[in-house]
Design a binder for this molecule. Structure first.
Ligand code: HEM
Length: 222
């Protein structure tokens, strides 16, 4: 528990420090960073207020946005209920937080599946992504957009793949296949899958709001 607590705490600290550094580099001062972040928090409300116009314009686009926002919301609830007791109290998930965690979990499984279905084609890897990776490996100059697009897509697919061990570790624990020690290993694996998934999901969300949303036409070519 102490090891997992230390690793999670350090990983989250390092990630947030790196993101804060990048935000400051882009927006030059902390006031501008704060304004940008506050404007992004209003985004879900804006999508909801404009729902009629968005629906009339393109139903698939609307579904993509709503499912993305729902998945982010449900994921945040799971991450908070899962990691707060661990990081703050140094204890396993119990009581009301466990009830909230397992109640919200099926919604997460459903919304993540819908997200994968709605976004998979759009975020498929293209020849240009392969060229960006080859360029990076061969130390050739690469457009910033190409590298960010590749990282953004990679994060999306990693989230989809990492969600499998995350859910399997809980589902397998429901069957009388493992003893007490096996159950403990499964919980630990659930925790580590959740940690990796959370790190990748935060980077994906960050790339979406800090880069992709600014100029979507540069990032998504259909
Ligand atoms: C389908 C989705 C999920 C299900 C069914 C689920 C279920 C559970 C259950 C039943 C526990 C309690 C295990 C125990 O102590 O007996 C747990 C713990 C935990 N969950 Fe989840 N969870 C899901 C998704 C997530 C997500 C998305 C995160 C975070 C990103 C997360 C983070 C955690 C953490 C950190 C713990 C505590 C692990 C520990 O005590 O070592 N879970 N989860």
């Amino acid at each position: 528990m102490t090891l997992f607590r230390t690793i999670s705490g350090l990983a989250l600290l390092l990630l947030f420090a790196a993101l804060a550094y990048d935000l400051k580099r882009q927006w030059k001062n902390w006031n501008a960073v704060r304004e940008f972040l506050v404007s992004q928090m209003r985004l879900p409300l804006l999508v909801w207020q404009k729902r009629q116009a968005l629906l009339a314009e393109n139903i698939l686009l609307f579904a993509r946005r709503i499912v993305f926002l729902l998945t982010v919301l449900v994921f945040l609830l799971l991450a908070i209920t899962g990691f707060v007791p661990l990081l703050v109290l140094g204890d396993h998930l119990t009581g009301i937080l466990l009830v909230i965690h397992v109640t919200v979990a099926p919604l997460f499984a459903l919304s993540l599946s819908a997200l994968a279905l709605l976004w998979a084609h759009r975020l498929r890897f293209l020849r240009s992504d392969g060229e960006a990776v080859r360029g990076l490996i061969n130390n050739r100059y690469q457009e910033k957009e190409n590298i960010i697009r590749f990282a953004w897509k990679t994060c999306f697919w990693l989230v989809s793949v990492l969600s499998l061990p995350l859910m399997l570790t809980v589902i397998l624990g429901l069957y009388p296949l493992f003893g007490t020690e096996g159950e403990e290993v499964l919980i630990r694996l659930h925790g580590y899958s959740a940690l990796f998934l959370m790190l990748v999901a935060i980077v994906h969300l960050y790339l979406t709001i800090a880069y992709v949303k600014q100029s979507p036409e540069q990032f998504v070519k259909e």
